[in-house]
Design a binder for this molecule. Structure first.
Ligand SMILES: Nc1ncnc2c1ncn2[C@@H]1O[C@H](COP(=O)(O)OP(=O)(O)OP(=O)(O)O)[C@@H](O)[C@H]1O
Ligand SMILES: [Mg+2]
Length: 276
């Protein structure tokens, strides 16, 4: 249903994505991991046509996505909603209006200018917020919410587009472990209950292992791993992140358990030092 074929992006002499290929036969939750500069964001941006590819193909349900122009391109961008690390909400606008922005592509300029939304859309926005557990915040300004709540507003805005695919670029990189978990669980539930495909760039191994059906590892623009979380062993992770890097599971982890483990280790070291 979805295939990426030798997708390449060059910036001058620098190849950000180098012949990336993968195919997905059913909606999956896919994590993309790799160190900074590996090409993860560039890949997502090409998939939703924010950036033009230098070479390659993206095929979705038989359509050549990179050839779409004008209204067809905008319809595709609506079909694959994007979620960003920094939420990209309008901070001073209320939550429900931020969510309703997800319907912009199907509304007239005049209706947008005067903030006129059909009642059905407003009800739908509230229902989506309720599903994400934040309906009570609907009238508040977006800036009054916590990071985790704001990211859920961004997910609600994406769902307003009724997308087939959700592309998330480091959706939890700015969040504390607790909020990170809530946001990842929301994405997982949306995938399972609605059958939407989710492709998320993740900077932590354990998050990819825990929430994704499939993990793609990138290094220097190339896919160096494509498999299940079980296949993503520490040895493979070393290869993705670079063997010489002082690689540790904790260093690439945001999970509460891992933080607790490292806290416990720190406490043990301090206790040992105090005993000397
Ligand atoms: N607009 C641009 N112009 C020039 N080079 C770019 C541009 N965008 C990205 N690059 C380069 O492409 C490579 C891949 O960048 P990209 O942002 O896709 O990496 P990433 O894996 O998302 O990294 P991070 O984990 O830091 O977000 C890097 O070398 C980067 O400097
Ligand atoms: Mg990035």
């Amino acid at each position: 249903m979805f295939a990426v074929k030798t997708l390449t992006k060059r910036f001058g002499a620098n190849t950000a994505c180098d012949a990336v290929s993968f195919a997905v036969d059913a909606p999956k939750m896919i994590g993309i991991i790799g160190r900074s500069g590996a090409g993860k964001s560039t890949l997502l941006r090409m998939l939703n046509r924010l950036t033009d590819a230098t070479e390659g193909q993206v095929i979705h349900e038989g359509r050549d996505i990179l050839a779409l122009r004008g209204a067809d391109k905008r319809a595709w961008q609506s079909d694959c909603a994007m979620i960003f690390q920094q939420f990209n909400l309008v901070p001073r606008m209320d939550v429900v209006s931020n969510v309703l922005h997800g319907t912009l592509n199907r509304r007239s300029t005049l209706a947008t200018m005067f903030n006129l939304y059909p009642t059905a859309d407003i009800e739908q926005a509230i229902a989506i917020l309720d599903r994400l557990g934040i309906a009570e915040h609907a009238p508040k300004r977006a800036e009054a919410l916590s990071g985790g709540q704001q990211q859920r507003v961004a997910i609600a805005r994406a769902l307003m587009q009724d997308p087939k695919i959700i592309l998330a670029d480091e959706p939890i990189a700015s969040l504390d472990p607790m909020n990170a978990q809530v946001v990842m669980e929301a994405l997982r539930r949306i995938h399972e209950e609605d059958g939407r495909m989710v492709i998320a760039n993740l900077h932590t191994l354990d998050t990819a292992r825990r929430y994704c059906d499939r993990v793609i590892g990138m290094r220097d623009g190339r896919v160096v791993f494509d498999g299940t979380p079980e296949q993503l062993t520490t040895g493979v992770a070393r290869d993705i992140y670079g063997a010489d890097a002082r690689f540790s599971e904790e260093a690439t982890s945001t999970s509460i358990e891992a933080l607790e483990r490292s806290d416990a280790a720190t406490r043990a070291i301090r206790a040992a030092e105090a005993a000397i």
